[in-house]
Design a protein around this ligand. Structure first.
Ligand code: B12
Length: 321
């Protein structure tokens, strides 16, 4: 799916500002810089010549029910979109330049750019902002990545998506294990399992450990329960499942080399071995499978105190069971 929107400033920038000021005190520091603020508010702060923005939605593996008793979010089952998509965006720019037989000012981003991707996608007609804050499309659900190309040429903008199809459904809000979905379609992201298992680098509170369940990288609960995801589209080949499933508890003892080798092309590399092993220790504790006790006892000897702490907690949880 793709849509075009203008380079006008972002109407709902205040929602982002309030979110940063009120409920976000996390480790995504890149979101808070002054430079990031001004550029997120107005695309021309990024590319002064910007006249139009092409917004793309690229499907990843549709959300399935539990894919393993150590769960990984569907967006992370294939190759890392941060590595795959920029080349595709560059190719689109080159194709447009070929058609016009001239170089055009441009910038392209996916995820990490100073861009409010979901609002631009809504403005480009790709979908509405759901109660789980996901961008949802009535024919494709929400299981797609967003990417943008800022262009120094005028393209006919698409109608913005003006309807809302969540209605009275609150399945996502009810199902979220940490109750992090707020009534204004934003998240208390410090409690979001996706934030805790990917972005949060240190100890996780005992309260949240119990609520994380068996998610070891990202979380799909608010998308698993969303009725619109029965329309999920097949994944772009790069994002089809590439990692071996089910994930085995033995991954708790993966050494750094094996971890880097296994996940060098995967989004999972972002949490590094210590984060991945921490998350597995928590999930093993919550799965309460006595067969995992020897693994946890070995993890008590790990060099990383972060892993020792969470393995000790898991052992106590299983033994108390
Ligand atoms: C920071 C971040 C996170 C944080 C915080 C998420 C959040 N909801 O705020 C954490 C780490 C928790 C996270 C988790 C996930 N993320 Co993330 N994340 C981002 C990132 C980098 C910035 C989002 C942001 O600025 N949040 C702050 C809030 C205030 O902004 P916002 O939610 O976009 O809200 C804007 C609009 O939605 C609008 N708006 C909000 N509410 C309302 C209400 C109304 C009435 C209106 C009119 C407008 C409106 O105004 C706001 C300002 O423009 C974006 C990429 C990007 N550059 O945008 C990816 C992005 C949103 N993430 C993405 C994904 C896939 C995920 C996960 C599903 C991954 C996973 N399975 O674990 C989860 C889903 C969690 C969820 N329900 O949102 C995709 C979403 C694609 C889609 N279909 O929506 C994005 C777009 C990355 C990409 N390029 O594909 N993420």
């Amino acid at each position: 799916m793709a849509g075009v929107t203008s380079s006008e400033p972002l109407e709902n920038f205040n929602i982002f500002q309030n979110w940063i000021n009120k409920n976000y005190h996390g480790e995504m520091k890149y979101l808070e810089t002054e430079r990031n603020f001004t550029r997120r508010a107005d695309p021309k702060q990024i590319l002064p010549e910007c006249k139009s923005i092409l917004v793309l939605a690229i499907p990843y593996t549709p959300i399935s029910k539990e894919n393993s008793n150590l769960q990984i979010a569907s967006y992370a089952l294939g190759d890392d979109y941060h590595d795959v998509l920029p080349q595709k965006l560059k190719a689109i720019v080159e194709f447009i330049e070929e058609q016009l037989d001239e170089k055009i000012p441009n910038r392209y981003y996916t995820d990490s750019g100073p861009i409010l991707e979901r609002e631009l996608a809504q403005r480009a007609g790709l979908g509405w902002i759901g109660k789980n804050s996901m961008l949802i499309n009535p024919k494709a659900g929400s299981t797609f990545f967003l990417a943008e190309i800022l262009l120094g040429i005028e393209l006919e903008p698409d109608e913005s998506f003006s309807t809302d199809h969540c209605g009275t459904c609150n399945r996502c809000i009810t199902a979220c294990p940490t109750h992090c979905i707020l009534p204004n379609r934003t998240l208390d992201s410090n409690r979001c399992i996706s934030y805790l298992t990917i972005e949060h680098k240190t100890e996780i509170s005992e309260e949240l450990r119990n609520q994380i369940g068996n998610w070891i990288f990202g979380c799909d609960v608010c998308q698993q329960v969303c009725p619109w995801n029965r329309f999920s589209q097949p994944a772009d080949s790069a994002f089809e499942t590439k990692i071996p499933l089910p994930v085995l508890s033995g991954d708790l003892l993966l050494d750094p080399e094996a971890f880097n080798q296994r996940f060098k092309k995967s989004p999972i590399k972002r949490t590094k071995r210590r984060g991945y092993a921490r998350n597995i220790a928590i999930a093993i504790g919550n799965n309460k499978n006595k067969k995992d006790i020897p693994l946890l006892e070995q993890a008590l000897q790990d060099d990383e105190s972060l892993i020792q702490t969470h393995a000790k907690w898991a052992l106590e949880k299983i033994n108390n069971e």
